[in-house]
Design a protein around this ligand. Structure first.
Ligand SMILES: Cc1ncc(COP(=O)(O)O)c(C=O)c1O
Length: 342
């Protein structure tokens, strides 16, 4: 089986398991887990922030990060296909009483004018006031697209001029960093709060870190506990994330090569389905044309290739450390043939 459903399906490597086994741990609610402390410290430093908070998931890190910047009854503005808007089960509204307003985009990429047209920081007594803007880099449903750095800076300037908070969902920021060479600290420093995931391309079994100012992270720590997310000897998990930081960042370039390989194999057999030149990182989004994505996904599964149907005609394949460039090519041939046949 070649499993391209997501980069979350990776299994910890033997070396990662060893690092987890050997981790010194303590009770993190008492602030006594040295491995968690080290992960939080290193991640904050990498991203140019004062402090970090180890969280179970990217969804929790986003939930806390946005809550730092937005009060109940205010809104956060984000992309129409942002993970926080589409895939976090309405948590920002259900748990924190925030509303969201979304802007359209091409492949999830920031259009600063579109945000400028929508944000309303002091909307008065009749309209909802905007408190923050959130962006995603890379953009998952946009097809692993990379936000151009200058646009992130420009949007940050807009936020600052309007006194809006600025949150980054950087679940796959590592991929953007490896693909562009833009230092993590440059990406991170633009934002008030940043979440990054260790359980996607980096291949750790669990965990995300939220970074921000020390005061903000102290507040987020309270919210995390309030939501039942305070944990104890979770340094075992943080050790997997630290191992990933040391050993699995640079190798993301291999995943990007594998995504190119998959897209090229598809394009050979079904050229309209994908433009390999548009694939920037480890996510390939295909247009299945007249056939439904679910049909193609089901047929591919019969041939031991696992991909996700994300929309009626939108198929997604994600490369990761469990898939070689050769596997990706083989999977692309299967999917390309199936799309081309119909
Ligand atoms: C862009 C993005 N943000 C956040 C998340 C949430 O991560 P988690 O599944 O750990 O909650 C995901 C998960 O796929 C994601 O793709």
């Amino acid at each position: 089986m070649i499993d391209l459903r997501s980069d979350t399906v990776t299994l910890p490597t033997p070396a990662m398991r060893e690092a987890m086994l050997a981790a010194p741990v303590g009770d993190d609610v008492y602030g006594e887990d040295p491995t968690i402390f080290e992960l939080e410290r290193r991640t904050a430093e990498l991203l140019g922030h004062e402090a970090g908070l180890f969280c179970t998931t990217g969804s929790l890190a986003n939930l806390l990060g946005v809550r730092l910047l937005v009060e109940p009854g205010q809104e956060v503005v984000c992309d129409v296909a942002a993970h926080i808007a589409r895939a976090e089960m309405g948590a920002h509204a259900a748990v924190h009483g925030l509303t969201m307003r979304t802007v359209g985009s091409v492949n999830g990429l920031v259009d600063v004018d579109a945000y400028a047209a929508v944000v309303a920081p002091s909307a008065g007594p009749y309209l909802v006031s905007t408190a923050a803007v959130a962006v995603e880099n890379t953009h998952n449903f946009g097809g692993g697209t990379i936000q151009p750095y200058d646009r992130l800076v420009e949007l940050g300037e807009l936020c600052r001029s309007q006194r809006l908070g600025y949150h980054l969902d950087g679940a796959r920021l590592w991929n953007a960093h490896v693909a562009t060479g833009v230092p993590l600290i440059d990406y991170g420093s633009v934002f008030d709060s940043v979440s990054v995931c260790f359980s996607k391309g980096l291949g750790a079994p669990v965990g995300s870190v939220l970074v921000s100012t020390a005061a903000n992270i102290a507040r987020a720590r309270v919210w995390r506990k309030r939501l039942g997310g305070g944990w104890r000897q979770a340094g075992i998990l943080a050790a997997g994330a630290l191992h990933a930081l040391d050993h699995h960042v640079d190798r993301l370039a291999d995943d990007h090569d594998a995504a190119q390989s998959f897209a090229a194999a598809v394009a050979e057999q079904a050229p309209p389905a994908v433009d390999p030149a548009a694939v920037q990182t480890n996510i390939v989004v295909l247009d299945t044309g007249d056939v439904t994505a679910a049909e193609i996904a089901a047929a591919a599964l019969q041939e031991a290739v696992w991909v996700s149907a994300l929309g009626p005609h939108m198929l997604r394949a994600v490369t990761h450390l469990g898939v070689s460039v050769e596997d990706a090519w083989t999977a692309g041939e299967v999917v390309g043939r199936l799309v081309g046949l119909r």
